[in-house]
Design a protein around this ligand. Structure first.
Ligand code: DON
Length: 307
């Protein structure tokens, strides 16, 4: 049943001609072939269903913000909210405008400024390498796959073209909202964004958010149930930046996108869905990924707004 649904969706996506535009502000991502499409669904019983290019690695980019948010909540608990807010921004992912009005405290942890503030909060005086290792270990643990790694070329490319993110970070630091050196924070942030994963790996990585913080396939308790619920609500409200309302309207599930063209989507109690297609819509979210999720939700009835 699920396998058939995914095969049908992949077949339909393969013939789409309007595939969006690949992100080119990170030169290393500009050359990814836009004809690719992958989808995978992991269910709490440990099954993974997949279709299309579901085992091809791609840059998870901003999807990594869900993982660092989880690490941050585990480490700091509600103290994390002194560094970052939890309201939708309604602005593009790299916008600086509200930061000035709100004294350098980013609106939420899923926009760039917020994710940079989360990195600063979890550093706790440690060296960037130590924190990067911690993030990678976390991703490997939740996806139960030790082969996952950074794409150092992507991280280096982002560091080289860091002006916008550096501006956000310096602006926050000028308000006293960052403790560590900007370039050290950014080095970690760009590495977390550079993590390369396939849809199959990413779908497994989302399983802890399907079952109240516990990955039922591995039995690992990743985060408290209450925090898992809250991460899902942040993904629903903020996971697609200024496209979050549209994503909630069209798909109706918590989701987090990345400019690499991936989207991780959680159907609580049912499954974790990862889609990938590199072409983006005008607000920077995967065009076909979103379309595929709409189809999946229609065919499965998986929506937090229906029963
Ligand atoms: O900081 C950046 O610009 C990228 N590393 C991540 C941006 C991103 O994925 C935004 N997503 N849609």
């Amino acid at each position: 049943m699920m396998q058939q649904i995914l095969d049908d969706i992949a077949e339909q996506m393969a013939i789409e001609t309007k595939r969006g535009k690949v992100a080119d502000y990170i030169p290393q991502l500009a050359h990814v072939d836009p004809s690719q499409f992958g989808i995978a669904v992991a269910t709490p019983d440990g099954q993974v269903y997949a279709a299309g290019d579901a085992s091809t690695l791609f840059s998870i980019q901003s999807i990594s913000k869900v993982f660092t948010l989880t690490i941050g909540l585990n480490k700091l608990g509600s103290e994390l909210w002194t560094h970052v807010g939890r309201e939708p921004s309604g602005d593009p992912f790299n916008s600086i405008t509200i930061l000035e009005y709100e004294a350098g405290r980013p609106r939420n942890p899923l926009i760039n400024a917020g994710a940079i503030a989360v990195v600063d909060a979890i550093m706790m005086g440690r060296q960037p390498k130590t924190v990067m290792t911690e993030i990678l270990q976390f991703v490997r643990s939740v996806s139960d796959d030790d082969s996952i790694g950074f794409d150092h070329k992507v991280a280096a490319s982002e560091m080289q073209h860091r002006d916008r993110n550096a501006a956000l970070a310096h602006f926050m630091k000028s308000f006293g909202n960052l403790e560590h050196e900007v370039d050290e924070i950014l080095d970690i942030y760009f590495h977390q964004c550079s993590v390369a994963m396939s849809c199959e790996q990413l779908a497994r990585a989302g399983l802890f958010l399907v079952s109240n913080g516990i990955n039922q396939a591995t039995g690992v308790k990743v985060i408290k149930p209450q925090q898992s619920r809250r991460i899902n609500s942040l993904m629903m409200m903020c996971g697609h930046y200024d496209g979050s309302g549209e994503f909630a309207y069209q798909v109706g599930l918590p989701g987090k996108s990345g400019v690499g063209g991936g989207i991780l989507t959680i159907a609580p109690g049912k499954g974790s869905i990862a889609v990938w297609s590199p072409g983006l819509n005008p607000v920077g979210n995967s065009k076909l990924g979103t379309k595929a999720l709409q189809l999946l939700v229609e065919k499965t009835g998986w929506s937090v707004f229906a029963n």
